[in-house]
Design a protein around this ligand. Structure first.
Ligand SMILES: [Zn+2]
Ligand SMILES: [Zn+2]
Length: 141
């Protein structure tokens, strides 16, 4: 994991590199399994200097707003967070709520007439279904 890369990305986004904010970003870069805010907060609180839950949540929000972290909204469940800088789509399991990355492939962007005056920042596909663990096994197994 590249300390300088994190510091540079903060600098480029106008974010101050506080130890707590750094810890949130470093955790997300090391854990690409889409942790929830509660999981991030719990992990970061074990580090020094300690970071309150509120501080962690605020830092997460700042990172999302700066575009360094993506928030993956999962209906009916806690949002999950993702620091992968590479573009990718997501697969969300209906049963266990697991969020998996799907390798990026180009999808046509919406026609400008359907966007109207909206300004498109980014777009991705969300696939829904059953993950390999939740999918029923075939009898022949
Ligand atoms: Zn599943
Ligand atoms: Zn992801």
């Amino acid at each position: 994991m590249d300390t300088e890369a994190i510091k540079r990305s903060f600098g480029g986004s106008g974010l101050r590199c506080t130890p707590q904010r750094y810890a949130v970003m470093a955790f997300l870069m090391q854990h690409n399994r889409h942790p929830t805010a509660a999981e991030i907060s719990e992990a970061v609180n074990r580090l020094n200097p300690r970071s309150s839950r509120a501080t962690t949540y605020n830092n997460l929000r700042d990172l999302v707003e700066a575009g360094l972290v993506r928030e993956v909204a999962v209906e009916g469940r806690a949002a999950r967070f993702d620091a992968r800088s590479m573009r990718h789509h997501h697969f969300i399991c209906d049963r266990c709520g697991k969020v998996e990355d799907i390798e990026w492939y180009d999808v046509p962007r919406p026609a400008s007439c359907s966007l109207g005056k909206r300004i498109l920042r980014e777009y991705e596909l969300i696939f829904r279904g059953l993950c390999t663990k939740c999918a029923p096994r075939h009898a022949s197994g």
